[in-house]
Ligand binder design. Structure first.
Ligand SMILES: Nc1nc2c(c(=O)[nH]1)N[C@H]1C(S)=C(S)[C@@H](COP(=O)(O)OP(=O)(O)OC[C@H]3O[C@@H](n4cnc5c(=O)[nH]c(N)nc54)[C@H](O)[C@@H]3O)O[C@H]1N2
Ligand SMILES: Nc1nc2c(c(=O)[nH]1)N[C@H]1C(S)=C(S)[C@@H](COP(=O)(O)OP(=O)(O)OC[C@H]3O[C@@H](n4cnc5c(=O)[nH]c(N)nc54)[C@H](O)[C@@H]3O)O[C@H]1N2
Ligand code: SF4
Ligand SMILES: [Mo]
Length: 826
C-alpha cells in the first residue's frame, strides 16, 4: 500500500513556525512530523507541535456567526445577515464619529499574518487611524531603543556564537530561534563556548548556563548597568569598533565611568565578582549574541534595560560578523525609510525625496497621502513610492515584527504620536496595550466608538481583564473574528467564525533568518470547517458591501490579470498612479483581481504579490542572489510565483555580512549610542526605586511563565497538557515553609487587582520572594454536557494597568506585588 500522504505546513504555536508534515485522516491530524525539507527548521520541532489536532478539531470551533441579543445571550445568524449588519454599523460609526474612532486590535498570532494584511484595506476604507496588538505589551520599549540606535530589528547568529547571553529569556521553553534546544545543549557541552543567563529563577536555560546571574526580580537595570560599567571601567570595550561605527561614546563612557559597581551589585542581588566575570567573558569572546525577552520587557525599567543590553554587544563590537548580532532583510517592505531624521547615504535623489515624503506620510495617514508624491513622477520606478507607501501602511500595525522595523524607520514610530484620550506614546504605530481600556471608558469626545478584534484574545491577554471586559461592553460596536468562542468573543456584539490556519493559505512575517531569509506560504491541508470563512474572504465581503472600489476598475484589473503577470503589473501600477487613494485598498484590489486567477485555495495570498514586488524593489541584490532576477516587475513576479508554487519555505533574500550595514538607517551608517534620557536614568539609578513589594503584598508574582505545556491562548482544550494540568503556582521551599504550604495545597493569591485560588508547587527553580504562574491558562472549554470548564488561573485577573514602563507603557506582567495565604482545608 502507498504511504499515506504527508502534507507540508508549519506549527503555529510560536514565532519559530517550524516546518511540519501532517498526515490527515478525514479532518483529523493523524500524524505530525518535523519537515526535514523546511529550510529554516530542517526537521526540528518541540513536543507542542505534535498536539496541533487539539487546535484544529474540537468543540471549541465556531461554525456560525453569532450576534449578542438584548439579554446578553448569543444567537446564530447567517453570514449574509452578519456581514450586511456589520458593514452598515461600521459605516454608521464612521459617519457619526469619524473613522479614527474605529480601533483595530490584534490581526495576527504566532503564525497567521495574512488576515491582517488583508484587513488593512478595511482600515483604509474606513479611515481608521489607531490600532495595536500584543507587541505593544512586550516589544515597544525595545523598538523605541532600536529606532534610536540604528533603526531596525536585530537578531543574533546564535548557531555560531561563542557566547550566548539570555536576559529574562528562557529559550529552552520559549524558543524564538530555530532548533533552540539542540543548540543550547551543544553550547553547554562545548568548553570553548559559554552561556550567560540573567534570570531570578533557575529556568531550564539558567540550569545549563556557565554564568547564571540570579538577579533579584526587577534588579536588572542595576545588574546590566554594572556589567556595562565593568566594560567601560576595565577598558574592555572594542575601541576600534566604537571609533569606526558609533557616535556618542564619550557621553556613554561618562555615564558609566562613575558607576559604583559594588553598590549596584548589592541592589541587583548578584555578587560583584560574578558580574565582573560575566562581563569579562563577553569582552574576551570572539563573538557574542544577546537575546532579551519578557523577563525584562515586562518588568521595571524595561526600556532602560533594553538599551543596556544592547550596549553590551555594541561596546564589544559584536555586530556584522559570524556569531554576532545583525540587522536583517525582511519580506515586508520595511527597508529604505528615513529613520529618525536620517536619510540614504548618497545625496537624496528626487525619487528618494518623494519616497521619503510618501512613506513618512503613509505611516500617519494609512497611505492616503501618496498622491502628494506621485503626480510628479512617471513609469514603473515612479510607482515605487505608491507601492511602498501602501504596503508600509499595510504592514504598520499588522505584524509583530513589522512594527519593530517601522519603529526604526519613522520619527512617528519612535513616539512623537500619542493616543487621542490619554496621550500615551505610540511606538511602532502601536497604541500601548495598557492604555486601550482608558481610551474607551471615558466621556472624552475623542474616545473610541468601535473595536475590531481579529486573531487575538485581549480580554484574556491584556493587563486587568475586568477593565477590558467593561470597555468592550461600553463601546458602541465590537466585532471579533476567531476560531473559538473566546473570553473576548464573549464580550462582543458580533463574532465571526474563522477557518483555521490549516484550512486556508497562511504565512508568518516573522522572517528573521540570515544570511538566507525565508518566507513560507502554507497551503491549506483540509477544507474549511463548514460555516467558517477565511479572513481575506471576510474582509473582501465587507468591502464589496461598502462599495469600496468601483466595478469598472475591478473588471479592468481582472482582465489584465487573466493576460499574465506582466500585463497585470503594468495595469495595477498605472491604476495606483492615476488614483493614489486606491493604494490603501491594495490588498482588496489584489484579492478581487489577481486573486481570481490564482488557484482558489490560495486566493487569500494575492496580497503577497504586492509584497513580493516591494521586497524585490527594496533589496534587489539580495533577492537576485536568491535567484529572482530580471527587469522591472520580473523579480517580484518570479518571487511571488515561487512562493505560490512551493510547499515549503522559499529563500527570498541571500544577504552577505556586508549587507548588514546597509540595514542601518543612518546617513553615516553609524550607531547613535548615546540616548540622553536613558543615560540620565543610568545616572539616577543610585537613588532610584528598586522595590515595589509592600507589607500587604510582600511577594513578586511573575504572571505568565512559558512552560512546556503553555502556548499563549491557542490551545483551548485542557487535555493538551500532559503534566501540570492546573498550571501550578511555583514557589521556593523557603517561602512555602514560611506560609505552611506543601506541594498540591490550595492557596489564595491576592494582588491589588484581584484574587484567585491556586494550586501550589514547591520548586527549586524559584528564588525566595518570587512566585510564578504559567501563561495561557484559565481558558473556557465546552464540556460534553453543554457546560464550560476552565482549568487554572487567568493571569490577567491579577495584573493591573498602572504597573507599566514609564516610557513605553508596557505592563509589568513579571512583577506583580502579591500576597499568598494558605487555604484551610476541612
Ligand atoms: N512554551 C511556550 N513557548 C512560547 C510561548 C508560550 O506561550 N509557550 N509564547 C511565545 C511568546 S508570545 C513569547 S513573547 C515568548 C516569551 O518567551 P520568554 O520571555 O522566554 O518567556 P517567559 O517564561 O515569560 O519569561 C522568561 C523568563 O523571565 C524570567 N523573569 C521573571 N522576572 C524577571 C526579572 O525581573 N528579570 C529577569 N531578568 N528575568 C525575569 C522568568 O523567570 C522566565 O524564565 O515565548 C514564545 N514561546
Ligand atoms: N499576564 C500576562 N499576560 C500576557 C503575557 C504574559 O506573559 N503574562 N504574555 C503576553 C504576550 S508576550 C503575548 S504575545 C500575548 C498573546 O496574547 P494574544 O495576542 O491574545 O494572542 P493568543 O493568545 O496567541 O491568541 C490568539 C487568538 O487567535 C485565535 N486564532 C487562532 N487561529 C486563528 C485564525 O486562523 N484566525 C483567527 N481570526 N483567530 C485565530 C485563537 O483562538 C486565540 O483566541 O499575551 C500577552 N499577555
Ligand atoms: S511551538 Fe515553536 S519551537 Fe515548538 S514546534 Fe511549534 S514553532 Fe517549533
Ligand atoms: Mo509574545
Amino acid at each position: 500500500m502507498a504511504e499515506p500522504e504527508q502534507q507540508a505546513t508549519a506549527c503555529v504555536l510560536c514565532e519559530c513556525n517550524c516546518g511540519i508534515t501532517v498526515e490527515v485522516d478525514g479532518r483529523r491530524f493523524a500524524k505530525i512530523r518535523g519537515d526535514k525539507a523546511h529550510p529554516a527548521s530542517a526537521g526540528y520541532t518541540c513536543e507542542k507541535a505534535m498536539r496541533l489536532d487539539l487546535y484544529q478539531n474540537g468543540p471549541h470551533r465556531l461554525t456560525s456567526p453569532l450576534k449578542r441579543t438584548a439579554d446578553g445571550s448569543y444567537v446564530e445568524i447567517d453570514w449574509d445577515t452578519a456581514l450586511d449588519e456589520i458593514a452598515t454599523r461600521l459605516t454608521e460609526v464612521e459617519t457619526r464619529f469619524g473613522g479614527d474612532k474605529i480601533f483595530f486590535y490584534g490581526g495576527g498570532g504566532q503564525g497567521n499574518h495574512l488576515g491582517v494584511a488583508n484587513q488593512l484595506a478595511l482600515r483604509g476604507a474606513l479611515g481608521s487611524v489607531y490600532h495595536s496588538n500584543a507587541l505593544a505589551q512586550e516589544k515597544t520599549g525595545e523598538m523605541w531603543v532600536d529606532a534610536r540606535l540604528y533603526g531596525g530589528h536585530t537578531k543574533g547568529d546564535f548557531d555560531n556564537a561563542e557566547v550566548l547571553v539570555f536576559v529574562g529569556k528562557n529559550p529552552w521553553q520559549s524558543h524564538s530561534f530555530p532548533r533552540a534546544r539542540p543548540l543550547l545543549k551543544e553550547v553547554a557541552a562545548d568548553p570553548h563556548r559559554a552561556m550567560i543567563v540573567v534570570d531570578p529563577r533557575v529556568s531550564e536555560t539558567a540550569a545549563m548556563a556557565d554564568h547564571h546571574l540570579q538577579v533579584t526580580p526587577g534588579g536588572d537595570a542595576w545588574l546590566i548597568a554594572a556589567m556595562v560599567a565593568v566594560l567601560v571601567q576595565e577598558d574592555l570595550v572594542d575601541a576600534a569598533f566604537i571609533a569606526a561605527h558609533t557616535s556618542g561614546y564619550d557621553e556613554v563612557r561618562a555615564a558609566f565611568a562613575d558607576v559604583d559597581i559594588a553598590a549596584f551589585a548589592v541592589t541587583s542581588g548578584v555578587g560583584e565578582e560574578q558580574i565582573r566575570a560575566a562581563a569579562r567573558r563577553i569582552a574576551a569572546a570572539s563573538s557574542v549574541c544577546v537575546y532579551e525577552d519578557l523577563g525584562i520587557q515586562q518588568a521595571p525599567n524595561s526600556t532602560l534595560v533594553s538599551y543596556l543590553n544592547k550596549l553590551l554587544w555594541i561596546l564589544t563590537g559584536n555586530f556584522a560578523g559570524p556569531g554576532k548580532m545583525f540587522l536583517h532583510s525582511s519580506f515586508a517592505p520595511l527597508a529604505g525609510g528615513g529613520g529618525s531624521g536620517a536619510g540614504p547615504r548618497k545625496p537624496p535623489t528626487r525619487l528618494d525625496r518623494a519616497r521619503k515624503a510618501a512613506t513618512a506620510r503613509a505611516v500617519t495617514t494609512a497611505g492616503s497621502a501618496i498622491g502628494v508624491a506621485l503626480p510628479a513622477l512617471s513609469g514603473i520606478a515612479a510607482l515605487r513610492p505608491a507601492v511602498e507607501a501602501g504596503s508600509r501602511a499595510l504592514l504598520d500595525a499588522m505584524i509583530p515584527l513589522a512594527g519593530g522595523m517601522l519603529g526604526g524607520t519613522a520619527g512617528a514610530a519612535g513616539g512623537s504620536r500619542t493616543s487621542p484620550v490619554t496621550g500615551a506614546k505610540i511606538i511602532g504605530g502601536l497604541l500601548p496595550c495598557n492604555s486601550i481600556a482608558d481610551e474607551i471608558l471615558t466621556e472624552h469626545p475623542d474616545r473610541f466608538r468601535a473595536i475590531w478584534i481579529d486573531s487575538s484574545n485581549p480580554a484574556h491577554s491584556l493587563a486587568d481583564s475586568k477593565r477590558f471586559r467593561a470597555a468592550m461592553r461600553s463601546i458602541e460596536l465590537s466585532v471579533v473574528i476567531d476560531v473559538a468562542f473566546t473570553e473576548t468573543a464573549r464580550e462582543a456584539d458580533y463574532v465571526l467564525p474563522a477557518a483555521s490556519q490549516f484550512e486556508k493559505p497562511e504565512a508568518t512575517f516573522f522572517n528573521f533568518e540570515f544570511p538566507r531569509n525565508i518566507f513560507h506560504l502554507r497551503k491549506p491541508i483540509v477544507d474549511p470547517l463548514p460555516g467558517t470563512r477565511s479572513e481575506p474572504e471576510i474582509y473582501a465581503e465587507l468591502l464589496r458591501r461598502m462599495g469600496a472600489v468601483d466595478t469598472a476598475t475591478i473588471h479592468r484589473l481582472r482582465r489584465a490579470a487573466r493576460s499574465g503577470r506582466d500585463t497585470f503589473g503594468a495595469s495595477f501600477f498605472a491604476t495606483l498612479a492615476a488614483r493614489p487613494a486606491l493604494a490603501k485598498l491594495a490588498p482588496y484590489l489584489l484579492y478581487e483581481t489577481l486573486g481570481e486567477t490564482l488557484p482558489p485555495r490560495v486566493r487569500g495570498a494575492a496580497v503577497l504579490w504586492g509584497l513580493s514586488q516591494i521586497c524585490a524593489m527594496s533589496n534587489p541584490k539580495g533577492v537576485a542572489r536568491a535567484g529572482f532576477t530580471g527587469k522591472g516587475a520580473a523579480p517580484g513576479n518570479k518571487l511571488f510565483d515561487a512562493i505560490i508554487d512551493s510547499p515549503t519555505g522559499v529563500v527570498f533574500t541571500d544577504d552577505t555580512w556586508d549587507d548588514v550595514w546597509h540595514h542601518v538607517k543612518r546617513k553615516d551608517r553609524r550607531f547613535t549610542i548615546a540616548i540622553e534620557n536613558l543615560l540620565g536614568q543610568v545616572r539616577a539609578l543610585p537613588s532610584a526605586r528598586s522595590v515595589w513589594t509592600t507589607e500587604e503584598f510582600p511577594l513578586v508574582l511573575a504572571a505568565g511563565e512559558r512552560r512546556s505545556f503553555t502556548a499563549n491562548a491557542i490551545f483551548r482544550n485542557p487535555e493538551w497538557r500532559r503534566r501540570d494540568k492546573h498550571g501550578a503556582l511555583r514557589i521556593s521551599a523557603a517561602d512555602a515553609t514560611a506560609l505552611h504550604l506543601a506541594t498540591g495545597d490550595q492557596a489564595r493569591l491576592t494582588t491589588e487587582t484581584g484574587s484567585a485560588t491556586v494550586t501550589v508547587e514547591i520548586s527549586d527553580m524559584m528564588r525566595a520572594g518570587n512566585i510564578a504562574l504559567p501563561n495561557g491558562l484559565g481558558l473556557d472549554f465546552p464540556a460534553t454536557d453543554g457546560t464550560t470548564t476552565s482549568e487554572g488561573v487567568s493571569p490577567n485577573e491579577l495584573t493591573s494597568l498602572g504597573l507599566k514602563d514609564d516610557l513605553a507603557g508596557t505592563p509589568w506582567h513579571k512583577h506583580v506585588p502579591a500576597r499568598l495565604d494558605a487555604l484551610v482545608t476541612s
